[in-house]
Write a protein that binds this ligand. Sequence first.
Ligand code: IMP
Ligand code: MG
Length: 195
Amino acid sequence: MNEPLATVRFGADRIRRRVDELAAEVKRDLGGEPPVLVSVLKGSMIFMADFSRSLDVAAEIDFMMVSSFVGGGEAGVVRIVNDLEISIEDRHVVVVEAIVDTGLTLAFLLKTLRARNPKSIRVCALVDKPVRRIAQPLLDYVGFQTDEFMVGYGLDFKGRYRNLPFLAGVSDVRALDANPDALFETLVVNEDRPS
Ligand code: IMP
Ligand code: MG
């Protein structure tokens, strides 16, 4: 038997419970003042949607799009593609990030946000992949840890699979690279979706 190309690691119910726990922790730590929730597109859109609804405090939501791989695929070069609309000066900021891998994207983002003099910045990351960490941005809240390449719940492989309601780990990224649509058969077209 061949190894499956991807395996569901965190099902939809488990994610929901964990997101609720994270939101409860953040709410407790915020102490009343309405925060600005900053979502890092595109990967964090689903997490932000669930997290912000679970947070249950007055909040503003804004989005930032950064690209981590500019020219030639060099990691570590981060650029703002779309900036925030809201001023974060003197505000409590919660960065809502789906996944932290090398940490380079988040480190860049935090440096940029800090320069705008917010009252505080907290980072809430759904998935932490510590094994490949290069920069060491502080993660205040972490949902899950893994060392796999993950797809689903906002996370993509070549633009695909963001709308899967669960998080799956890809066991053979090279094989998926050869056929990026391969997971549609095993994960998407599946009547008995695990949850
Ligand atoms: P960084 O390596 O921490 O800078 O992560 C850069 C970006 O790469 C993340 O914000 C994600 O968009 C993407 N990324 C990193 N790891 C994964 C993964 O396992 N699945 C899907 N996207 C990922
Ligand atoms: Mg991506």
